[in-house]
Design a protein around this ligand. Structure first.
Ligand code: SF4
Length: 437
């Protein structure tokens, strides 16, 4: 009988990508993928540890899986189980197999092996970091128009608040040929848009270039290679480190017609003293120059960012500097996070932790500012003609509409009855109400 598998993903786009890739591997092997609630023989939870809430959700899902079917094989993968390597004992009763971040490509063989000796004790697979890039490959995703391609894993930056370098290990990049092969397969399957993602995308290639390697492989070379793939019409980038935006980088990508003018540059704080404590490697003025470079080479690009409020030691003045900086840049989207203490990081033991009520007040102020800026950016598009890649039909205000994103990643509803899915259409934005969230 066909084995039923349910997968549940927590956390970032990289995790979502990996869950999709695991699902695809399972389907290829003849497993039947079922919804979580239906009851499965195998549950796979791809966990996340980016905040304490993510930790809690990861634990909850593992418990829930065990409850759904006490005889199921419960597989815990991802960052939470990796970061909590020595502290998973409270979860012992609900997990059968732990798979570290570098072992997911072996999922099928691990499952087969486990089943073969199921009566034996619970098996914990080696979760040590390996140097090689995990070779998960994906030729289609759940969405039908946009595919997320993970090109890099790990991070060497050690921002003082972040557990990821410990949880996911050092930078490992996929070879350029491998990425091109995967994107070509996606294009053949009809995908028009590709999003290059990674844990620290800007580090792509640093592990591939030996001291005296003849050719240099970096993010720019990767973008150029993907740009040459027939059928792909849009390239979007995941989160970028500001320092990668040099004059040459901005100028080169601006000359590529498939490049989307939508850039996510993680800011985290607009105050230099806070940035220093965070171990971010730029100042607010360097960051600003990078935004200006993008604005020099792209016409009205959509710049998006993340900001942390209430980082240890953030005084009222420091927060004010951060707020004023966010105000000055005019982002299209600003994602606000209240600082969350991660055990094992330097920031967790810093003095002057900020009380929750203050974090909430600061967060609310920035959320409000972010919304005003978003509206300002959206209104700057009114009267312009944009290209929308249609994703799906949707009923909005009782009417059937076609919904998709512009190259700037602004979501637009079109008045069209025919199904335009996966087509790129030119539309003039006549009013702000055509933009939906
Ligand atoms: S750059 Fe900093 S925040 Fe981003 S993954 Fe690396 S250590 Fe974490």
């Amino acid at each position: 009988m066909m084995k039923k598998v349910a997968l549940h993903n927590l956390g970032c786009k990289v995790n979502a990508y990996e869950t999709e890739a695991m699902q695809e591997m399972l389907e290829r092997e003849g497993y039947e993928i079922v919804p979580f609630r239906e009851g499965a023989d195998i549950y796979i939870i791809n966990t996340c540890t980016v905040t304490n809430i993510a930790d809690r959700k990861s634990r909850q899902m593992l418990h829930r899986a065990r409850k759904m079917n006490p005889d199921a094989i419960v597989v815990a993968a991802g960052c939470y189980v990796q970061a909590q390597e020595n502290e998973n004992h409270t979860l012992d009763s609900c997990i059968d197999i732990v798979i570290g971040n570098n072992k997911k490509q072996d999922l099928i063989s691990i499952l087969n092996e486990y089943e073969a000796k199921r009566e034996a004790d619970k098996e914990v697979i080696d979760i040590n970091h390996t140097k090689e890039y995990e070779n998960l490959s994906l030729s289609r995703t759940g969405e039908h128009t946009r595919a997320y391609i993970k090109v890099q894993d790990g991070c060497n930056q050690f921002c003082s608040y972040c557990i990821i370098p410990f949880a996911r290990g050092r930078v490992r990049s996929r070879s350029l040929e491998d990425v091109v092969r995967e994107v070509t397969a996606l294009a053949e399957n009809g995908y028009k848009e590709v999003v290059l993602t990674g844990i620290h995308l800007s580090s792509y290639g640093i592990d591939l270039n030996g001291e005296d390697a003849a050719g240099k492989t970096g993010l720019l070379e990767l973008i150029l290679a993907v740009h040459g793939i027939e059928g792909i019409e849009r390239i979007r980038l995941g989160s970028l480190e500001p320092r990668i935006i040099t004059e040459e980088f901005a100028k080169t990508i601006a000359s590529l017609p498939k490049m989307c003018p939508h850039f996510h540059l993680s800011l985290q704080s607009g105050c230099d003293a806070t940035l220093k404590r965070m171990n971010r490697r730029y100042t607010s003025s360097e960051y600003y120059q990078k935004c200006e470079l993008l604005r020099k080479y792209f016409d009205n690009p959509a710049l998006t960012t993340d900001v942390i409020v209430g980082f240890p030691g953030e005084t009222e003045e420091e927060f004010e500097q951060s707020r004023a900086f966010v105000d000055k840049v005019n982002f299209y989207e600003t994602h606000i996070f209240k600082y969350s203490r991660r055990e094992g990081t330097r920031a967790a033991v810093m003095d002057n932790q900020v009380p929750e009520q203050i974090k909430t007040l600061r967060s609310n102020r920035l959320i409000k500012l972010g919304r005003e800026k978003q509206e300002k950016y959206e209104k700057s598009l009114v009267g312009k003609t944009v290209e929308v890649l249609v994703e799906e039909p949707a009923v909005i205000d009782g009417r059937e509409r076609q919904v998709g994103h512009t190259k700037e990643y602004v979501r637009i509803a079109l008045d069209a009855e025919e199904n335009l899915q996966n087509q790129i259409v030119k539309v003039q934005i006549d009013s702000h109400s055509q933009i939906i969230h």
